[in-house]
Design a protein around this ligand. Structure first.
Ligand code: ARG
Length: 578
């Protein structure tokens, strides 16, 4: 970012008449430089034929280079091909920046984003229905995005938009009354599994017209605020909530529940506003909003006068913009809901709630993701049940990683509590990382053996690499806090420089991951960092006992610090010995 500022100064000086040129500076692991400025060609096409002093892109490039203000960041520059300006970053500056980070903390490397507050709507399972692997993906991806935004100094409202409203509650409540005459005392253990409860009540609903009739009346009574029905509803929600919370607790995920029911009171006014603005039309008894180019309309009031998923989302977006003052609203769900959100956002644009331009705030973005597949290439399911229970999945990840850890010699030195804690960190970390490392739009195959492999691009490999760095520092017997204050980093060896530069790129990578809402960008950075550390730096530069020991220990500590922050942002708990 600092480099972009320097280039900005040069661009102003080179072509003062062009006022709206953004500096295009990107990292470019090449022989000639660490970063490259690619403005020359574009500028040339703008200014040629306007009696310009320049003869072509290369001469524009030369001028950009010449006009660069003196800066301690730059070691040297050169112009290549059609005017690319290559910059070699100063070694001194790299080492100074890393030392400063070690003393002042990694927060000094946090990116700055152009917004103050965001809503991240994620996880959002449905009460009494399955919390399936899709919700697991949403939980993992949403949590990471929230963490990255928080690290970038954005105030994040983490919202669990649970499906706690709707016609299914009529049947659930009636079934509760029927099954448990003492329903007010009924607890989770009595109901057993809410999913099974849901299925049983659905069966009853489908097979008995009298029950169906009662269930439909129950919906009306519930929505009318009848105390007994509200109470039964709250009880069912509470049982579900406890079940969800157990998953969140295990995953270390914080969320605030504002379910569909929360927005219900806001719907009538919101629909009225949209109607007054002329957006809402009558169609086959329902009230709908037509969106250009989409052949189905967005139904906002059903033909029976009831509200639905879309009406709730319109009210929620209204609330988030007006009451919560969010500048960016991010929705994490499977890509199957893309059209729904597309229609909702476009309705908001027509209503003037959101700007028409995509690069302006406030902004709403749907973060879609692909399916989780089983070994057979089909939707992930376990052997005997139809849906995968998330708790079972996490249990298995933990027990498998525990079994693998016990195989290791070192495990004998650990206490049982340590073993438990490391098994959990590795097991849950593996599940999260396997999900996050892929571009979220692609489907991925769930495979315990693969994700728990200690070689390759896995959390296990990364956690090992981190633990090894910690052990290098421990074995040196030096007080690293003391070294941070007194020692200096000198980047002599080429591999030290490569490592140092990569460390420095942490901030721009987080910024990119946030801006494009792509956690895999951070995973890739973390994997490369660990590869550069292990295969380059640590293979070729002796640390303990070498004349450069202090400087190299500081590089180890800086690598450990950045890795720990990456783990944190990905929701993975680091381990210090393995
Ligand atoms: N409950 C929905 C589902 O399970 C996801 C809700 C997503 N958020 C929203 N504001 N629509 O598919």
């Amino acid at each position: 970012r600092q480099l972009a500022k320097i280039f900005d100064v040069s661009l102003r000086a080179t072509v003062p008449e062009e006022t709206d040129v953004e500096p295009l500076v990107a990292a470019c692991a090449g022989k000639f430089g660490d970063y490259q400025c690619n403005n020359a060609m574009g500028l040339w096409s703008k200014i040629k034929g306007k009696g310009s002093q320049f003869k072509g892109p290369p001469s524009v490039g030369q001028a950009i280079m010449k006009n660069l203000p003196p800066s301690e960041i730059i070691e040297s520059c050169s112009v290549a091909g059609p005017g690319f300006v290559n910059v070699l970053i100063s070694k001194n500056w790299i080492s100074k920046s890393i030392q400063k980070m070690l003393i002042d903390g990694i927060e000094t490397w946090s990116p700055r984003l152009p917004i103050k507050r965001a809503v991240v709507d994620f996880s959002s399972p449905n009460i009494a229905k399955e919390m399936h692997v899709g919700h697991l993906r949403s939980t993992i991806i949403g949590d990471t995005l929230a963490r990255m935004l928080e690290f970038s100094n954005v105030d994040v409202l983490r919202r669990n938009h649970v499906g706690d409203w709707g016609t299914q509650f009529g049947m659930l409540i009636e079934f509760l009354f029927e099954k448990f005459p003492n329903w007010e005392e009924v607890t989770e253990t009595a109901i057993g599994d809410l999913q099974t409860f849901y299925k049983a009540s659905k069966q009853r609903f489908d097979s008995d017209p009298a029950f169906k009739e009662k269930a439909q009346q129950a919906v009306v009574l519930l929505q009318g605020g009848e105390a007994k029905y509200r109470k039964a509803w709250a009880q069912i929600c509470e049982i579900s909530r406890n079940e969800f919370n157990r998953v969140y607790e295990r995953l270390g995920v914080q969320l605030e529940e504002k379910g569909e029911s929360f927005y219900n009171p806001y719907i009538p006014n919101v629909i009225k506003e949209l109607t007054d603005k002329g957006l809402v039309e009558e169609s086959q008894g329902a009230r709908v909003i037509f969106i250009d180019g989409i052949n189905i309309p967005l139904i906002v009031v059903k033909s029976d006068g009831g509200f639905n998923y879309a009406s709730t989302d319109l009210a929620a977006i209204w609330y988030r913009l007006n009451e919560e003052k969010a500048e960016w609203i991010i929705y994490v769900t499977d890509i199957g809901q893309q059209q729904h959100f597309d229609m909702v956002f476009r309705a908001c644009k027509r209503a003037g709630w959101l700007p028409l331009e995509d690069n302006k705030h406030p902004k709403a973005t749907h973060v879609g993701f692909g399916l989780v597949l089983g070994e057979d290439g089909k939707r992930f399911r376990t052997r005997n049940t139809e849906v995968v229970r998330l708790v079972d999945l996490l249990d298995e990840a933990k027990s498998r990683s525990k079994a693998a850890l016990i195989e290791r010699e070192k495990a004998a030195e650990w206490t049982e509590a340590e073993l438990e804690q490391i098994a959990e960190a590795v097991g849950y970390g593996a599940v999260k990382y396997a999900d996050l490392k892929n571009n979220r739009l692609t489907n991925y195959t769930f495979n315990f053996d693969q994700m728990l492999n200690d070689k390759g691009n896995t959390a296990v490999y990364l956690l090992y690499a981190h633990a090894r760095i910690c052990s290098i520092i421990r074995k040196s017997g030096k007080d690293i806090e003391e070294l941070k204050k007194t020692g200096t980093i000198v980047l002599e060896h080429e591999d030290e420089r490569v490592l140092g530069l990569h460390l420095l790129q942490f901030s721009e990578v987080v910024e990119e991951a946030c801006t494009n809402l792509l956690p895999n960008v951070l995973c890739e950075y973390l994997y490369n960092l660990s590869e550069i550390f292990t295969k380059k730096f640590y293979s070729n530069c002796q640390v303990v006992g070498s004349p450069q020991e202090t400087s190299r220990l500081l590089l180890c500590e800086a690598t450990g610090t950045v890795m720990r922050k990456c783990f944190y942002l990905l929701g993975i708990v680091p381990v210090y010995k393995i």
